[in-house]
Design a protein around this ligand. Structure first.
Ligand SMILES: [Zn+2]
Length: 329
């Protein structure tokens, strides 16, 4: 609403300045009318909340989680879509409007959404403080990192136990904001955590089929450290923890030598990171007279397309594990 008002004032001042004669042709007039209509339309949307909580989320993992807990009792807007890299994501004008109109905002935190931090800090001074789900986790158990201002690796959703703690926090916050539906939120949480328990058992069984010495996971960037810790994989990301820094020629050469030495069969592309770095790594291995295949595309910092199995956290996790185990066997 505030953004729309600002735009409206800007347009009004412009028109006053130019007076009617300066509208030299019909197309200019039409353009101004369209802008006005857009503003009026967006103002109308801002207030239509159908009595439900307006929840805004950042990453696709968090959007999926909050949908599972909130169900039909909330309106939800996820800012980031499938294939979007949260490290590089910047808030658009439209996002700011959504954030301003939200009753609750959930984000990963731990500096994952590096370029949104400033927007959230400004919002923090208002009544609705955005909720950084990463902050609920016991810092002593997190993997440290110098790459992030938080000093922790933020890719915590790859430990299902942490994701369960996210679910509990989401339930608590929604219940506080909307006590009438607290029982529904609690029931949804219980049902979702049961599904996560089942997922953990299933993944354990799949991973046990891969011998320990073959559990080396090479991907485009270091998103899988928590996965590695949970399932006893050695994990190497070509780009370091954040995609904000590109991999250098030296990294590619060093890693290609490692792949040959360890006889690693497959390396993996990630859906939210450009393919070229992993392809360069594959070419470097080839130039040394060896072969490594691209074992598939993993979903790391974003889920698959909405409406598909990989578009859910549970579906994504199972897909990743099957892809990894099948390619490395
Ligand atoms: Zn990442």
């Amino acid at each position: 609403m505030k953004t729309s008002l600002k735009l409206f004032m800007l347009m009004k001042n412009r028109i006053l300045k130019y007076n009617l004669k300066s509208f030299r042709n019909f197309s200019t007039y039409l353009l101004y009318s369209l802008v006005f209509l857009t503003i009026v339309f967006s103002c109308k949307n801002d207030t239509s909340s159908n009595g439900k909580l307006n929840v805004v989320t950042t990453t696709t993992m968090i959007t999926d989680l909050v949908k599972n807990i909130g169900g039909d009792n909330i309106n939800i807007e996820g800012l980031m879509g499938s294939g979007v890299d949260p490290h590089l994501y910047k808030a658009s004008e439209g996002d700011v409007t959504k954030l301003v109109n939200a009753d609750v905002i959930f984000y990963n935190g731990l500096h994952l959404e590096g370029k949104l931090v400033e927007v959230f800090e400004k919002m923090g001074s208002q009544t609705k403080t955005p909720i950084a789900l990463g902050e609920v986790l016991d810092k002593n158990t997190l993997i440290g990192s110098d790459y992030f201002a938080s000093n922790y690796d933020p890719h915590v959703w790859f430990d299902i136990n942490y994701f369960k703690q996210f679910a509990q926090k989401v339930t608590q916050v929604l219940s506080e904001k909307n006590p009438e539906n607290a029982e529904n939120y609690k029931a949804n949480e219980t049902s979702y955590i049961n599904k996560l328990d089942a997922l953990q058992l299933k993944l354990k069984r799949i991973i046990e089929t891969l011998p320990k010495e073959k559990r080396i996971l090479v991907t485009a960037h270091d998103a899988f450290n928590y996965f590695g810790k949970a399932y006893d994989f050695e994990v190497i990301g070509l780009q370091g923890l954040s995609t904000a820094t590109e991999a250098g020629v030296q990294d590619v050469q060093k890693l290609s030598a490692f792949i040959i030495e360890k006889k690693i069969k497959a390396i993996f592309v990630e859906s939210s990171v450009p393919k070229r770095t992993i392809e360069a790594l594959q070419a470097a291995v080839k130039s040394k007279g060896h072969d490594v295949i691209i074992g598939g595309t993993l979903y790391s910092d974003a889920l698959g397309t909405t409406g598909t199995t990989e578009g859910t956290y549970i579906g994504m996790f199972e897909y990743n594990v099957n892809t990894i185990v099948n390619a490395l066997k």
